[in-house]
Each structure stands twice: as structure tokens, then as C-alpha cells.
Design a protein around this ligand. Sequence first.
Ligand SMILES: [Zn+2]
Length: 180
Amino acid sequence: MTTGVYVVLIGVYPSCVAKIGSLGLIRFEKGTYGYVGSAQGRGPFSIEGRLGRHFRKHKAPRWHIDYLLRNKSARCVAGVIASSKTRFECVLNRSVQNLALYSIRRFGSSDCREACRSHLTFFGEVKTAEVIPLVTRVFQSLHLRSQVVLGMPSSDCDNSVHAARRLSFTGEAEPNATIP
Ligand SMILES: [Zn+2]
């Protein structure tokens, strides 16, 4: 898979205040967040490249999501990915936001084609494992065939996506998979 759309699921524990580039200081309540993005290129701009970047803790921040993931409280736990040729991220984003408690205004949406309010959704104080099937269903409803990729417990590995366990094509987690 090279190009496509994805939702990365981020656990924030405990609540924190982080400086998100030009947005300034933002308070993140503890719980699970979903960030919707797309990868329409090769190498670092492929879906594997993008996820690898999100799973990596240490990097020079460039996008809003990098600023959040640098924070000690935040961890990229999993990605739900699907192959798609056209840029589909805003359609996916809208559907994911329907599941949200609220979204973080202007986060990740500054170069957005469809004037989304935000590309970062807060699901509340629920476990990532509970959110994965909901997000997988959103992909299904858009006729996208999704895969779930879990980050390794130690997310500092540069090859984390290669090392990550790819789960089944249906997006259902294996019963014995450990998801925080
Ligand atoms: Zn958008």
C-alpha cells in the first residue's frame, strides 16, 4: 500500500497542555483522539512513511500532529489505514467526527480542501481498543477496506511500522492482541 487515507489513534494520559505550533497552547483532556490524514506520495509521503513518522517520538515538528505527539502524555497507539487513489481524507474526517465528543478547532486543517473545522477528534475517556472497531466501521461505510496497524510498546523504534503487527484485513483485532 503506498497511497491512501488513515486515522491514527492517540492516547493522551494524563491530561496535558501542549503548544501546537501557531495554534498556541491547547489543553488536551485525557482519553483517545483520532487524527485523519492522507498520504498521496512515495517514501516519507507514502502511508507507511506517514505512519512511521507518527509512531516515532523524536522528530523535528512540522505539522500540528507532530507537536502533540512530542508531548510526554501523548502516544500514537494505532493506525487504521486504507488504500485510496483520490484524496478522500475530508470525507473520512467528517464521518469520523460524527463519532466525536468534540474536535480540536483548526488542528491539522489549515491546508484542508473542504474547510473542515479540524482533523483531530476527541472520543472521550475511552480506551483505544474500544475506538478501533468504530473507526473500522466508518471505513466500511465508505467502502474502504481497512487494516489496523499497532505501534510497538516502545514507539521510539525508527522502524516501528515495519515492526508493527499488521492485523487482519477486516480490521478486527486479534483476540489476544494487547491494545492499551
Ligand atoms: Zn478536511
